[in-house]
Design a protein around this ligand. Structure first.
Ligand SMILES: N[C@@H](CCC(=O)N[C@@H](CS)C(=O)NCC(=O)O)C(=O)O
Length: 204
């Protein structure tokens, strides 16, 4: 039995963590849930994540949730993979900025676009700008650089790159110069390819 256990549904947001685990290269086990059959609402899983959402990760007997938190944790816990910006490196703040930018800005802005509210909230009252504005910022960060932190691929690319990849597939992300190349670069990574192939098998 591996030390790392991913509570996973294929494909879903937990596929992002599966990709991250493949990048890390440590052994891991999968606990598969079928969302279509309501496994996430069963008491056994609600004991793992009371929100009834995937992913969750168990490591060294501790279970926790949230894609970006799990990716940040794995990057720090397994430094040999060089997926984090280490403590002491001045770029670490920017690294965390992008890790948090995914779930706290891009995801809600994408939801606003996909499910417009009858009365849009005041721009000053919510914690993120609209999707077009956010995409400009991501495009700016990727201008003439392969990854968000420059030459180093990090967990932030796993989180933001997955959102871009998924959002572009479903036409939820407004296109920007460089996005298609960025997503192609990420998709060519052997770890992403392994994760996708393994998920295909699970999805049946
Ligand atoms: N904030 C969570 C979101 C997780 C999430 O929304 N997971 C979806 C799968 S993509 C889920 O479990 N949906 C099942 C349901 O809501 O019943 C994270 O970032 O990990």
């Amino acid at each position: 039995m591996a030390e790392l256990l991913l509570y996973h549904a294929a494909p879903s947001r937990s596929s992002i963590v599966r990709w991250m685990l493949e990048e890390v290269g440590e052994p891991y086990d999968i606990h598969l849930l079928k969302l279509s059959e309501g496994d996430q609402h069963k008491p056994e899983y609600l004991a793992v994540n009371p929100q009834g959402k995937v992913p969750a990760l168990r490591h060294k007997g501790v279970i926790f949730t949230e894609v970006a938190a799990i990716c940040a944790y794995l990057a720090d816990e397994f430094p040999k993979a060089r997926l984090a910006v280490p403590i002491g490196d001045p770029r670490r703040g920017v690294y965390f900025q992008w890790l948090f930018f995914g779930p706290s800005c891009i995801e809600p802005a994408m939801t606003d676009r996909a499910f417009p509210r009858k009365e849009p909230p005041r721009a000053q009252a919510i914690g993120y700008r609209d999707l077009d504005n956010l995409m400009d910022l991501v495009a700016q960060a990727l201008k003439r650089r392969p990854y968000l932190l420059g030459d180093q691929f990090t967990a932030a690319d796993v989180v933001i790159g997955s959102t871009l990849r998924w959002g572009m597939l479903f036409k939820l992300i407004p296109d920007r110069p460089g996005f298609a190349d960025y997503v192609a670069r990420l998709s060519a990574r052997p770890a992403m390819q392994r994760a996708t192939e393994k998920d295909k098998v699970l999805a049946g």
